[in-house]
Design a protein around this ligand. Structure first.
Ligand SMILES: CC(C)(COP(=O)(O)OP(=O)(O)OC[C@H]1O[C@@H](n2cnc3c(N)ncnc32)[C@H](O)[C@@H]1OP(=O)(O)O)[C@@H](O)C(=O)NCCC(=O)NCCS
Length: 134
């Protein structure tokens, strides 16, 4: 998937094992902590990992952003398995250029195509539901 942004083109594609080091670095830098990079590694090893919804954003051949979803269970009288969005990270040098938005939009399109019923996210409403959102 290509997203044209002004002069720059962002490619959104599924992650592969060659991206793992870059993804780890981006998460560590973006969150100023190794915890989210470790979470990504744990999810990848689990049966909750969704390869088709683990995406990277590439600009000029460089991985600059990453998004990952995993299945989580909402447990009550019934159990519903839904998508959890986390973590989402953009390299600090590439933030505020629309890359996070592109990763969210592309991944939600895939989730929608897969007829996933619900996505849960904990995050800043300024990013996930900005005033300019339709
Ligand atoms: C949050 C994050 C993924 C956003 O990625 P990004 O590529 O910078 O986001 P975009 O450029 O698509 O931002 C679109 C809009 O969202 C809002 N926004 C972006 N980053 C934001 C932030 N950190 N906090 C609040 N609002 C934010 C702004 O309104 C922005 O529009 P503007 O630049 O015209 O003001 C990125 O800042 C990041 O990696 N942060 C550290 C990790 C993190 O917090 N991840 C999310 C966990 S819920």
């Amino acid at each position: 998937m290509h997203i044209q942004q002004d002069q720059d083109s962002i490619i959104i594609r599924c992650e592969n094992s060659l991206d793992y080091l870059d993804i780890s670095e981006i998460n560590t830098l973006a969150f100023s902590s190794p915890n989210e990079a470790k979470l990504v590694e744990l999810i990848r090893k689990s049966d909750r990992y969704l390869s088709e919804l683990s995406l990277v954003a590439e600009r000029d051949g460089k991985v600059v952003g990453h998004i990952l979803y995993s299945y989580i269970d909402l447990v009550g009288q019934e159990t519903f398995t839904v998508l959890g969005l986390a973590p989402l990270a953009v390299h600090p040098q590439f933030q505020r250029q629309g890359i996070g938005t592109a990763l969210v939009k592309s991944s939600l399109e895939i989730a929608n195509d897969q007829q996933e019923a619900l996505v849960i996210v904990l995050g800043d409403p300024q990013f996930y539901n900005p005033p300019s959102a339709p």
